[in-house]
Design a protein. Structure first.
Length: 180
């Protein structure tokens, strides 16, 4: 079991995803994390601080994911699209954290900071794809395709019948430079 701080952030993520921001009160987060409210406040002095901790977690996980994109043995595009698709396995928990942070994007108190954190995630992925592909337009196209797949993942929408990521990659590779 992780640290109390990690348990608090895990509980916050779960409450945001399952029930939305209104249900993610400090009392509810403390109860779900199985820590006292004082224990929660030791790590996060306010609800804004808790949201900040979640944004920091997203930035850390995004940086790790960008490193994984760059180091992928079968290329950055294949990694990005496979991990963005429904059923794709993104190491490091970024999908849950991203979805939880996304639930905070409309907040009047933390909305801009959340949108800024999401922009960092976007920039990390784009930089990783762009550095490997060497063409900013191709990197953007690959990222947009991955974004569409990721939206399907977040909403639970399946891919079209008979089509999957491998078919998409096969077609996309015909447009990409060698060894992407």
């Amino acid at each position: 079991m992780g640290s109390a701080r990690d348990r608090v952030l895990d509980a916050y993520e779960t409450l945001l995803i399952d029930h939305g921001p209104a249900a993610a009160t400090l009392d509810a987060v403390a109860a779900a994390a199985k820590v006292s409210k004082g224990g929660l406040l030791y790590h996060f002095a306010s609800k804004d601080a808790l949201a900040g901790g979640l944004r920091d977690r997203l930035r850390e996980r995004s940086a790790a994911d960008a490193d994984a994109i760059r180091a992928a043995p079968d290329g950055p595009v294949a990694y990005y699209l496979r991990t963005s698709a429904p059923g794709g396995n993104v190491p490091g928990g970024i999908t849950r954290t991203y979805l939880a942070v996304l639930r905070l994007a409309d907040s009047t108190t933390t909305g801009q900071a959340v949108r800024d954190a999401l922009a960092v995630v976007d920039a990390d992925a784009y930089a990783a794809l762009s550095s490997e592909l060497g063409d900013p337009v191709l990197a953007w196209i690959a990222q947009l395709i991955g974004d569409g797949l990721y939206l399907r993942t977040l909403t639970g929408t399946p891919l079209p019948s008979g089509l999957g990521v491998e078919e998409l990659l096969e077609r996309l590779r015909s447009y990409l430079p060698d060894n992407p």
